[in-house]
Design a protein around this ligand. Structure first.
Ligand SMILES: NC(=O)c1ccc[n+]([C@@H]2O[C@H](COP(=O)([O-])OP(=O)(O)OC[C@H]3O[C@@H](n4cnc5c(N)ncnc54)[C@H](OP(=O)(O)O)[C@@H]3O)[C@@H](O)[C@H]2O)c1
Length: 329
């Protein structure tokens, strides 16, 4: 098994000055990999040198991943303090955040969470693995009051020491603007979809200006995403000729180019991979052979507005279409 010394992996800073790795490992099996397969990848990932793992209750694999963490701590592969473990509160637990958080901590066997994220800014629930047409009649539009009520519960957990940082996810500038003055403990990070053909430059700039660290999900363009997130007209980032041309110049797969771009641009990518040579090379690529300024500039031109997670399963009755979830005109 190949590994990268975590000490040489470049670092990013959270608002409190704490340094974290510039890349993490995702754990969403995309309805294709079962919980044990994902847990096995996490076990391999820790051995390969990953120290930041992006988990979520909704991924349905926290107890299997928890066994991997426990074994890694017990065997001395890594200490709890060396790890940065993230989990997320799912939409059906917005009123019972403490219960959800304690369950994730127990399942992950990690004593506390380094970051706890509000997975979606809606309490709108859909069952894991549902299909694209599934709708919940109880779904509602975004509400500042509801969001802040959920956020307050995370602030309480932060004050209790159960979570070290608060994160948000799937937000827009409009929603952040509306809630920002009401947040006592500001979020340390925001997870958002980010890949070369969907860069979200305005939201990215807004987060940086607010000193919120962007975490880029689906950094490779999620080629194996669930069927409900596949639409005609979607663009495959890694098949873009420019990505392939840069990849050839560096002798790597275009996935590696997408990750190098993400790290050099400033977000923390959290790629998922089950195949050891993939997750090893994803980590290694952050330590060597950076993209040139010209290559970075070329990738900046690849923005195509190619949002992959449209989130249509969270829509409420009367909503026009998924663009309402994202406050797009
Ligand atoms: N906050 C949110 O709402 C949210 C939403 C979506 C995702 N996320 C997080 O973001 C993570 C990443 O997103 P994702 O898994 O959908 O997409 P992704 O990381 O962009 O793509 C993962 C896919 O890329 C392939 N891959 C990985 N490394 C590769 C390499 N070096 N060369 C070629 N192919 C490679 C993997 O292949 P194999 O299948 O063969 O391993 C896997 O199928 C998730 O796991 C989750 O933790 C968060």
């Amino acid at each position: 098994m190949h590994s990268v010394d975590p000490a040489i992996v470049p670092k990013k800073k959270l608002p409190n000055g704490e340094e974290i790795p510039c890349i993490g490992m995702g754990t969403f099996g995309s309805d294709r990999y079962d919980a044990n397969q994902v847990a096995e990848a996490v076990a391999g990932g820790i051995k390969a040198g990953y120290r930041l793992i992006d988990c979520a209750a909704a991924y349905g694999n926290e107890s299997e991943i928890g066994k991997v963490f426990r074994a890694a701590f017990d065997e001395g592969t890594v200490s709890r303090k060396e790890m940065f473990i993230i989990s997320k509160v799912w939409n059906d637990m917005h009123e019972r955040v403490e219960e959800a958080c304690k369950k994730s901590i127990a399942d992950l066997q990690c004593d506390y969470l380094d970051m706890y994220i509000i997975h979606w800014p809606y309490p709108n629930y859909h069952a894991p693995g549902c299909d694209a047409d599934a709708r919940n009649p109880d779904s509602k539009p975004f509400s500042v009051a509801e969001f802040v009520n959920t956020y307050r519960q995370l602030e309480k957990l932060h004050n209790q020491g159960l979570i070290r940082h608060i994160g948000v996810s799937n937000m827009t500038i409009k929603k952040l603007e509306a809630v920002w003055p009401l947040l006592v403990i500001k979020p340390a990070a925001c997870e958002l979809e980010q890949h070369p053909c969907f860069q979200q430059q305005a939201l990215f700039d807004y987060l940086v200006e607010k000193d919120v660290l962007p975490f880029g999900y689906m950094p490779i363009g999620s080629p194996e995403r669930p069927d409900r997130d596949v639409f005609p007209g979607d663009i495959a980032d890694i098949e873009q000729p420019e990505m392939q041309q840069i990849a050839a110049a560096h002798g790597v797969h275009p996935a590696i180019v997408a990750l190098k771009w993400a790290v050099q641009r400033g977000q923390v990518p959290i790629p998922f991979a089950t195949f050891e040579p993939f997750y090893y090379s994803n980590l290694l690529c952050t330590t060597q052979d950076p993209l040139t300024d010209e290559e970075m500039a070329l990738i900046a031109t690849l923005e195509r507005g190619n949002r992959l997670v449209k989130g249509q399963v969270f829509l409420w009755e009367g909503a026009k279409d998924y663009t309402e979830l994202w406050d797009e005109d």
